[in-house]
Design a protein around this ligand. Sequence first.
Ligand code: ADP
Ligand code: MG
Length: 327
Amino acid sequence: MKYWLVIITFISSYTFSQEKIFDSYHQLMGVDFIISIVCSDSIKASQEISFAVEETRRIEKIISSWDKESQTSEINLNAGSIPVQVDTELFELIKRSIKISELTDGAFDVTVGPLIDLWKVSLSNQIIPTKTLINQALLLVNYQFIKLNDENQTVYLEKKGMKLGFGAIGKGYVAELIKEELIQRGIKAGMISAGGDLVVWGNHPQKQHWSIGIADPDKKGDLIGYVRLNENAIVTSGNYEKFIEIDGERYTHIINPTTGQTVKGLKSVSVICPNAELADALATACFVLGLEEGIELINKLDGIEALFIDTENNIQTTNTFNYDKSH
Ligand code: ADP
Ligand code: MG
């Protein structure tokens, strides 16, 4: 009896020790991607990584608002003119985006494009846009102006000049989708980081959890702490990577769709949530909502946690967010 136990233990630990993490680094969607797959076979791992890269490229071709050929651009070009029939995945993404706008009281809004363009052009010329221009752009920003037709699967933007953009949800969407597809293809564990929008699933081969760093908004490459994740995503929105300074004032790339102003008051918000897409959208929304409203919203959502860093470097978390200061 004892003899058999020894053999069984030996076999299982042997199989276990064969599992390795295969890491790969890519430039996709304009950011650094890391695709890590836990697998015992290097050929299978590289096939799955190629699949994930191809899938990301395929999705980017649909959701990019930069790519003039994309379905998203087609919707935008036909704003105020005609409804556009789109693939189910884009249709569903827009539907979910609208739901998140409702959940966040419009803090997250995929129609914020005209404001983004206005701020981008102005700031690149070291100018702050005038109230008049902001008000003009605001007339084109409202998720309620997106009209979906379930039967024909069409999307119609009611006003000419409206523009959909998935900058605040697209990377989370792709990370979540790739994770799900890899699970279906038999990959039991892994990690995907889409420019820092990160999701893990399954068991880390050496540890009981995945230990993920939270960036220090003041020092590139430094971390303020670590979270232990299992079957979860963590996404951070911040003002420390993409911004322009004019007269010592920092203007970030996240815009309040209600006021039309760039957001101030926080350095970063990190959201932990089982779904990477929702984590991405909520991180942006919380950045817009600010400390108090952001914490209030996240505390109401089951299984979702957040950490906020304000401009004075105060750290505040929702009720259940736990992190270690060191490894
Ligand atoms: P990043 O993509 O830099 O990690 P976010 O996920 O917060 O950060 O997304 C920011 C991008 O989303 C901006 O560059 C812009 O394209 C778009 N955006 C800005 N403000 C909003 C908003 N309030 N709602 C939806 N999208 C936004
Ligand atoms: Mg986001």
